[in-house]
Design a protein around this ligand. Sequence first.
Ligand SMILES: Cc1cc2nc3c(=O)[nH]c(=O)nc-3n(C[C@H](O)[C@H](O)[C@H](O)COP(=O)(O)OP(=O)(O)OC[C@H]3O[C@@H](n4cnc5c(N)ncnc54)[C@H](O)[C@@H]3O)c2cc1C
Length: 290
Amino acid sequence: MINDFHYLKPASLKEALAMYAEHDDCKVICGGQSLLIVMRQGMVAPEYLLDIKHVKELSYIKFDEKDGLRIGATTTHREIEKSDIIAKKYPVLVAMEEKLASIQTRNWGTIGGNLAHADPAGDPGPVLIALNAEIKFGNSGGEKLVPLDEFFVDYFETQMEQGDLVLEVHVPAPEPKFGCAYQKFNLLDSDMGIVAAAASVTLNADGTCKDVRIVLGNAGPIPLRVTKAEDLLKGKKLDDALFAEAGTIASEECMPVADIHASEEHRRHVLGVLTKRMLKKAFEQAQTAA
Ligand SMILES: Cc1cc2nc3c(=O)[nH]c(=O)nc-3n(C[C@H](O)[C@H](O)[C@H](O)COP(=O)(O)OP(=O)(O)OC[C@H]3O[C@@H](n4cnc5c(N)ncnc54)[C@H](O)[C@@H]3O)c2cc1C
């Protein structure tokens, strides 16, 4: 059962930020796909709900060849999945969205809500970090832009403070010879991942590795960069042996927990396998990219 609350419906971003600043015991609601669950469980019982779903200024997808991609916080998963420009420039984001929950949830759930909720099993976090994304958040006093891999602090906790709204996600324009792949391992299609791995690879003109990112999902309290494995690969001519070694490092460095879905050992094993496979996939994409 959900406790009574006062409902606030701002008409603009300015009004939303002002209302949020005025009310201490206040939670933001956007698609409600995560918040309503915890409210029904009684884990969260705010006095005020600030509904930002209709704040149109935060709903957009913009792309510029130099600046890259900008997605407003209230943009739904479905809008990202169906965006032609995202399909063309960042196909990994569309592939990730197609496997995120059901169409019904994707129609309501938003990118800002997903990242603010900071579920360690969330799909967008690892992919966006592999794409080197930044996140903009702020309150009536100002804004901050931080790399997304610094935004997550702990289980369901981010750098944001009371009064802060997620405003925008920025993904840089893809470099030449760039590839990015993501896969989650789950028993039910489109369910939250038991574990997941994202990898991106950028190659130099001579075929050596210019940059690489490996990000694990549901492998610890936050999306986990495996920097030890990234350092192993940087500057090298990549091959299957290196991908396997990186996979072994990922399975050692991750911090998964056991639950009814899988043991810690099983999660470590699958994370190693997914890391190896996603690196190879990202590498092959980078080799054929313009
Ligand atoms: C059946 C089901 C299956 C799901 N499967 C998946 C899955 O496979 N993968 C996955 O990643 N997710 C999954 N989810 C989670 C869900 O899709 C996302 O978390 C959703 O995107 C949340 O967005 P929302 O707009 O609904 O957020 P809400 O539920 O409205 O809010 C979530 C949290 O974020 C805060 N918040 C919302 N917007 C903002 C903002 N702009 N600024 C600051 N704080 C904000 C709220 O206060 C709340 O704490 C699933 C959910 C359901 C119900």
